[in-house]
Each structure stands twice: as structure tokens, then as C-alpha cells.
Design a protein around this ligand. Structure first.
Ligand code: TXA
Ligand code: MG
Length: 342
């Protein structure tokens, strides 16, 4: 299959592009599109055959459910049994935006493979012009995971989608680099207090300011049988080819570690804030300014993918505090590193 990549910007005939994407989706095909977090790979969420093509193109395990994307808040009640009061507040405050709410699904409305057999469904309204225009032209919900091959970092650029899914999907809408750079916060509102299943752009602090207590299980608590989980969080994610080790932001320690590794014959890639560029690693990929966690989130996946393009044999990534969006960054870094620390 040939994969077409179309840039959606002000200069082009947008109507023609959206109708081409909508036609493909209505024919049961998959289409990749940008959101404010990462690129998604969409299929009509009520079409089981189409949704199965998402799993196939990604190589995704079939027990990992997909997020349903909608273009208006009103549509939520078409797909869920009941919208808890706290969920209503959160939608008013954070939609469109990087917050996925897990609620009880209405039976037999969405395709079976969307929910992977669970009684619940994750829904969000993305905050991106291209995603919203696509949803509103289509007038149907889109099931969409991140548009990467399973196990690769989520795509923050159309080129990343092309690298991973070329020949496997018919169309990519290129809306430039995504703003936030890590996936949405997944919040389970079927329990009280609600539980963060995956930290993201909407932080615990922001949620609590709106609805009071929110649980954010620690790494240890996540191991417990009784803690609610996102099925996807058990898989090793976002792992580049070379092993990743986390290291604290301490210039001397980083310098010493780089030297020791090089003496052992390693080629070292360093992911760190831009002011660490002078450390003589073999490759350096800046996250942005020190302490600017927004930039760090936006650059993280691109930097991990860039490491894959080098012949580095080991990757060192500096840690950050878990304040605000730092919780999401550390969650992803932990996964990329498989928990390994220097
Ligand atoms: O920002 C995002 O959320 C991006 C963009 C494209 O919207 N999407 C995304 O989807 O990251 P995906 O499939 O890569 O991650 C969805 C996560 C998985 O960990 C999945 O297990 C979890 O949400 N999830 C989906 N439905 C769920 C449910 N009913 N219960 C618990 N977890 C669920
Ligand atoms: Mg994903």
C-alpha cells in the first residue's frame, strides 16, 4: 500500500483534504492525524473491521483498548452509560485538551475491539484544529491510539508516523510538530476518588484544583493487584534500540559516567538540558532549557527517536522533578529506561 502524506496548512485546499480523509475513514480505512499531544491513527470507532486495521498496522496487542476521540462534548452521552458529576466538571474545564476520561461504556454502541472487552471506555476531545475539523466533518467518533509501531516512542511529527507506518496505512495528515509532545492524562472516573492511570499534560495539581482529591498511585502501588490500571501501561513502551539509563542532573557525575563508559568502548548519547552541551558525549540531544519541563515534554520523543538514528551503544537521560508535567515526563523516562538508573 502506498502511504500518502499531505500537509494541512493555510495554503492548501483544506476542504478537499478533509473530504479525502473522511472518504477513506467511511470506507473502513485508517488515517493518521495530528492532535495537541501526539499523532493518532484513527478509524471509525463503530466499525469493528476498521478498528482491527489499527491493531494490525501498529502491531498492537489486542487486549489494549483504544481512546475514542470526539468533536463535541455533547456526544459523550452517546457512548457512556452515565457521566459522573466530577467528569462533567473536568470536561467543562479541560476539553478540548489532553485529558482522557474512563467511564462506563454503553453496551453495543462502539466496536468490540475499541474497548478490548472491558466494560469501560476512554474518551477525549483533542485540542487541535486538524483533529477537530476532521471529527466535525466526519461526524463520527474516531478510535485512535498513538500512530507509532507498538513499542516505539509516540510520534510528535508526521515524519515519525511515516517512518513507522509507511506502506501500512493509506494517509497521513501532516499538521506540523505536536505541541505537548506526550500523551494525554488518562483518568479513571468510574471510582471515587478518581485515579490517574497515566500521567500527562493535565497534571494531578490541575485536576485537584477542579474536583478535589485525585489518586496518583506510586510505582510501588501500581504493582498491587487492587490498583486500577490502564492495560497499556504494562507493556514496555517508548524504548529506543540502545539501552537507556537515567542519571541525575549533576554535571560532575554525568561527565565522570560518560568518560567511564567511553573507556569501556561505549558510544554514549546524552539527553539533557541544553546547558549540558559541553559534556563530551558522542551524541548530544537537548531537551530544552534547564527546568523548562514543557520543552522537555515536547522534545522527549523526538530526542529518543534521534538516538535510534545514531550508532550509540548506550543512552543517558537526565531526570527531572515530578512536579506538574514532570510526573508524566518521569513516567515515560522510567518506561524507556525499564527502570534502570546509573
Ligand atoms: O494523547 C493521547 O492520548 C494519544 C492521542 C492520539 O489522543 N493517544 C494515545 O493512545 O496515547 P494510546 O492507545 O497509545 O494509549 C491509550 C492508553 C493505553 O494505555 C490504554 O491501555 C489506556 O489508554 N486505555 C484505553 N481505554 C482504557 C480503558 N477502558 N480502561 C483503562 N485504560 C484504558
Ligand atoms: Mg501509545
Amino acid at each position: 500500500m502506498e502511504t500518502v502524506l499531505i500537509t494541512v496548512d493555510k495554503k492548501v485546499d483544506k476542504e478537499k483534504i478533509y473530504s479525502q480523509a473522511v472518504d477513506l475513514l467511511n470506507q473502513g480505512e485508517v488515517v493518521a492525524f495530528p492532535t495537541e499531544t501526539v499523532y493518532g491513527l484513527g478509524a471509525v470507532a463503530t466499525d469493528d473491521e476498521a478498528v482491527k486495521k489499527i491493531y494490525e498496522a501498529k502491531g498492537r496487542p489486542s487486549d489494549n483498548p483504544l481512546i475514542v476521540h470526539i468533536g463535541t462534548i455533547e456526544e459523550v452521552s452517546d457512548y457512556v452509560e452515565e457521566v459522573p458529576e466530577k467528569a462533567k466538571k473536568l470536561m467543562e474545564r479541560f476539553w478540548p485538551g489532553p485529558l482522557t476520561l474512563i467511564m462506563k461504556a454503553k453496551p453495543d454502541v462502539l466496536a468490540k475491539s475499541v474497548t478490548a472487552g472491558l466494560p469501560t471506555v476512554g474518551i477525549r476531545m483533542p485540542d487541535h484544529e486538524v483533529a477537530l475539523e476532521l471529527l466535525r466533518t466526519l461526524k463520527k467518533p474516531l478510535a485512535a491510539p498513538s500512530a507509532n509501531r507498538s513499542g516505539k516512542p509516540s510520534p510528535t511529527k508526521a515524519e515519525h508516523v511515516y517512518e513507522d507506518l509507511k506502506g501500512r496505512i493509506p494517509l497521513i495528515l501532516d499538521g506540523g510538530t505536536t505541541g505537548i509532545g506526550i500523551e494525554s492524562t488518562v483518568l479513571d472516573v468510574t471510582v471515587d476518588p478518581p485515579v490517574i492511570l497515566r500521567p500527562g499534560g493535565v497534571t494531578k495539581e490541575m485536576l485537584e484544583a477542579e474536583i478535589g482529591e485525585v489518586a496518583a498511585p506510586s510505582l510501588k502501588e501500581q504493582q498491587l493487584e487492587s490498583t486500577p490500571k490502564a492495560p497499556g501501561m504494562k507493556y514496555t513502551h517508548y524504548a529506543p534500540e540502545a539501552p537507556v539509563y537515567l542519571i541525575e542532573r549533576n554535571r560532575e557525575k554525568i561527565e565522570k559516567t560518560v568518560r567511564e563508559l567511553q573507556n569501556k568502548g561505549h558510544r554514549v548519547a546524552l539527553l539533557a538540558p541544553s546547558n549540558y552541551a559541553s559534556i563530551p558525549a558522542d551524541y548530544f540531544f537537548p531537551f530544552g532549557e534547564e527546568e523548562d519541563r514543557k520543552q522537555m515534554a515536547a522534545n522527549l520523543y523526538d530526542a529518543l527517536r534521534a538516538c535510534d538514528k545514531t550508532d550509540a551503544t548506550i543512552i543517558l537521560a537526565t531526570t527531572t522533578s515530578t512536579e506538574g508535567v514532570g510526573a508524566a515526563i518521569m513516567n515515560r523516562l522510567h518506561k524507556a529506561a525499564g527502570g534502570k538508573f546509573i
